[in-house]
Design a protein around this ligand. Structure first.
Ligand SMILES: [Mn+2]
Length: 354
């Protein structure tokens, strides 16, 4: 842990310069981006001018940046004061590594094992490495608490909501949704939860809105669904013009145990099948079903037991019917050889039976 003395020294050093660029490792993850956004806001509240630079971002980080409404630069600038976050070796800075040579101040804040401290001996380098912390975001949160204790945070001038959301996202992602969290992570989270935040806030910040065609495909797949009761499973079939795999997956999350969704664009027919684990556990193999359906649509099929597909040319409706028949056979074949009865449900009944 950084001691109180170290935090005081870190604060003192950070507040010395008026302009910084915060640099992050390539393919910056939400801990790097969240930490950078939070530190940027904290320093901005002290009248500092701050930019964030990273060569590339991962997809989650792109979502985080657009959700929090921030921006980054992707090529070196002429800044002389650098803050390097969440980066254990300068090489990881990619194109920004070249800025280190010309820099006058380099401050590294990180929770990784090794920053190559020996490579940069000299007065311009200052390291605050706390490898016991599960994320860099927690270190930034400690800086925030320290600033608050010292009366530096003026709520009017500080976007505390943005800072906390950024930090919470870094913590949650770097701990693998808390799997690698420890006592100190939880202590930080207690502070954050007491302010009314929750882990589900992070999911919202990282989620990408599906584009309109995906939404329509999924909704139409639900609208056109046919349902069958087979043994104690619900089998659904449907059709869309595209996004059939996504639609099948979505139908499973709505409640079906097995879904077969066809797509026919006039020149090509595709069928995608998805099954829940409870179905696979009964010996059903969708890859086998898809390879047997393939001749009906004039193509080939395969995949995995729980997720499989077939591509062909025509006869989507017949293909979907065949999928259900083969599923019934496959399920029946696991029992005493009797063929199972199946009925098409005329209406979807809700759980109250009305
Ligand atoms: Mn990290």
């Amino acid at each position: 842990m950084l001691t109180n003395v170290e935090y005081t020294r870190l604060m003192e050093i950070l507040l010395r310069q008026d302009q910084y660029i915060i640099l992050l490792h390539q393919n910056a993850d939400p801990d790097a981006i969240g930490s950078a956004i939070a530190l940027k806001e904290l320093l901005k509240s002290q009248g500092k001018n701050i930019m964030i630079g990273t060569e590339t971002l991962n997809n989650l980080s792109k979502n985080l940046i657009s959700s929090l409404g921030d921006f980054i630069v992707t090529s070196p600038t002429d800044h002389k004061n650098l803050i390097i976050l969440d980066t254990s070796t300068p090489v990881q800075l990619g194109v920004f590594e070249s800025m280190i040579g010309k820099a006058e101040v380099v401050i590294s804040i990180d929770h990784h094992e090794t920053f190559e401290t020996n490579k940069f001996k000299g007065t311009k380098y200052t390291y605050f490495i706390n490898k016991e912390r599960t994320s860099t975001a927690e270190i930034i949160f400690d800086i925030m608490l320290k600033m608050k204790d010292e009366g530096l945070i003026d709520k009017e001038n500080t976007n505390c909501d943005k800072i906390i959301r950024a930090i919470l996202t870094g913590i949650v992602t770097d701990t693998g949704h808390m799997r690698f969290s420890d006592v100190n992570t939880l202590k930080t989270l207690i502070h954050i939860f007491k302010r009314g935040y929750h882990i589900s806030d992070v999911d919202e910040l990282l989620r990408v809105e599906d584009d309109i065609s995906k939404k329509i495909a999924i909704l139409k797949a639900h609208q056109r669904m046919k349902l069958y009761s087979v043994s104690d499973f619900i089998v659904a079939t449907s059709n869309v013009s595209s996004c059939e795999a996504l639609a099948a997956k979505s139908i499973l999350s709505t409640g079906a145990d097995v879904a077969f969704v066809g797509a026919d664009n006039g020149s090509e027919v595709r069928i995608s099948g998805r099954a829940k684990k409870s179905v696979i556990d009964r010996g059903v193999n969708l890859a086998k079903i898809m390879s047997q359906v393939a001749p009906v649509i004039g193509g080939e099929g395969g995949g995995h037991k729980g997720a499989a597909g077939a591509n062909g040319k025509s006869n989507m409706e017949e293909g979907l019917k065949k999928c259900v028949e083969l599923f019934v056979q496959d399920l029946g074949g696991q029992g005493n050889g009797e063929s199972l009865e199946y009925t098409e449900e005329a209406e979807i009944q809700d759980c109250w039976g009305t």
